[in-house]
Write a protein that binds this ligand. Structure first.
Ligand code: SLL
Length: 147
């Protein structure tokens, strides 16, 4: 569709992971973790998102996880840190290309704090960011502004 000259719309998001050490272990898995994409203040983001793909390390079964509705998140257990690619797809009518976010899954506290880290205290590694839509189509503008 027709693009709206000079219009820029930004949507605040939070993405990243939380992890906690498993205190009782049945396997070589040492942590449970959740990687997520959310509205920055918990607001709904699903109305302008078509689907979200999380690409995990290939050591995970079905390492491509796709969600068409919220929550956009994956919870797993594992033993190692790796980079997660989060690919956000927008509605077909938007004409927008998917956006890929690259996130390092963190399980361990920073080295400088490791000695004093209480057992079972979550490690947080998530960030504020913004999705910027420049000159959206009229169709996508309708979607973006109805939220
Ligand atoms: C490392 N390069 O060696 C990284 C890879 C992969 C972590 C980490 C698998 C869990 C499962 C898992 O935790 N992989 O078997 O389901 O540290």
């Amino acid at each position: 569709g027709k693009r709206m000259k000079g219009v820029v719309i930004s949507k605040p998001i939070m993405y990243g992971n939380v992890a906690t050490e498993l205190l009782t272990r049945k396997t070589d898995h040492t942590h449970k973790w959740t990687v997520f994409l959310r509205g920055a203040n918990g607001q709904d983001i699903s109305y302008f998102i078509h689907k979200v793909e999380f690409k995990l390390h290939e050591t995970f079964v079905n390492n491509n996880r796709t969600f068409k509705s919220p929550p956009f998140e994956v919870s797993e257990t594992g033993w190692g840190e790796f980079e997660i690619i989060t690919k956000i797809h927008f509605p077909p009518a938007s004409g927008e290309k998917p956006i890929s976010l690259y996130h390092m899954l963190k399980l361990y506290p920073p080295d400088s704090l490791g000695q004093s880290w209480p057992k079972g205290k979550p490690v947080n590694n998530f960030f504020y960011d913004e999705l910027i839509f420049s000159e959206p189509t009229e169709e996508f503008y309708e979607i973006l502004t109805k939220g």
